[in-house]
Design a protein around this ligand. Sequence first.
Ligand SMILES: [Zn+2]
Length: 291
Amino acid sequence: MPEGDTIYRTARAMQGVLAGKVVTGFETGLALLARVNDDAPVIGRVIDRVEARGKWCLVFFSGDLMLATHMLMSGSWHLYRTGERWRMGMSRMRVAISVEGWQAVAFNVPIAEFHTARTLGRDKRIAGLGIDVLSPEYSVEGGVGALARYGAEHPEAEVGVVLLNQRVMAGLGNMYKSEVAFAAGVNPFRAMRTLTPGEMERLAEFSARYMRANVVDGKGDGIVTYGGNRRTTRAMDREERLWVYRRQGQECRRCGATVMMRKQGEQARSTYWCAECQPWVGDVRVEGRSK
Ligand SMILES: [Zn+2]
């Protein structure tokens, strides 16, 4: 699944070439979109802005129309110069938007919908998203508040599952979930009620720090969390730059213990951790809390 930073970069690139331009072409293989386009044509509208919100990419057109696409596992947006050959087959195209000089093409997006401001506000999947770790409004305090509120309502929820819950904090995917928990020194299988305020703060802080670092990096594969002496070079495998993700059975880069992996949550997502650096805390009385 694309992580939020990938979608954020995509939206930023699209914003750069599409914003302020008049739509000159609109194609779609999706019947519902085609029908809306027949009633209220996209061609001739101005693209106001392109935004990432969690795993959603939102394209806002003039005249109260917005295209929402969700990437899920396989979807992607490509930007091409006019006339440039697509790198995926026509059969995978779901939406293609042309402006002067450029074409933005969505391939394999499993969800693509038009919205107005009114329907967007009512849509719980988008409007119900938690604070986006990549948004300019995000702060560590805001992240801690989101985690604390959710933890108070769901004290038994496991940290690794909560980090992936887009309604708590939006943006983290499965890879960053493990990396953030490692950096914060928190065992991802612990219950929310066992977290100290300091641990919540570290989770909130590393969530934003890792995601932002990869957005600033600017290139598609710049995923780096491991800050040791083998720090990033482009020649390295992606796994070489990470603390624990996909490193089960290998030595922890910090302490030398063996990195573990276990499936977690209803969706059985792989979670990686070091039992030494992220010790198990089963049942503690957290100071200042009655539970
Ligand atoms: Zn370790």
